[in-house]
Design a binder for this molecule. Structure first.
Ligand SMILES: [Zn+2]
Length: 76
């Protein structure tokens, strides 16, 4: 009988890229540390896409558009 070698499915840890087996305790992470790092990313908003409009340059630009009314000299 030929024992077939099952090629274990190997994935990579999302945090550090190390090889991880589905059997591993901390799957899909290679270690508890990496799992916590990943959770920390979510908690600190690294994966958030929203960006509040508080860019100083944008505010400055808006101010320049509305505040440039110094050329009001009309000669009759
Ligand atoms: Zn890892």
């Amino acid at each position: 009988m030929a024992a077939k070698k099952k090629s274990a499915k190997v994935l990579r840890c999302p945090t550090c890229g190390a090889l991880v087996r589905p059997r591993d305790e901390d799957f899909p992470f290679c270690s508890d540390r990496c799992r916590k790092i990943d959770l920390g990313k979510w908690a600190s908003g690294v994966y958030k896409i929203s960006s509040p409009i508080l860019d100083p340059e944008v505010l400055e630009d808006l101010g320049g558009l509305t505040g440039g009314q110094d050329k009001g000299s009309r000669n009759d």
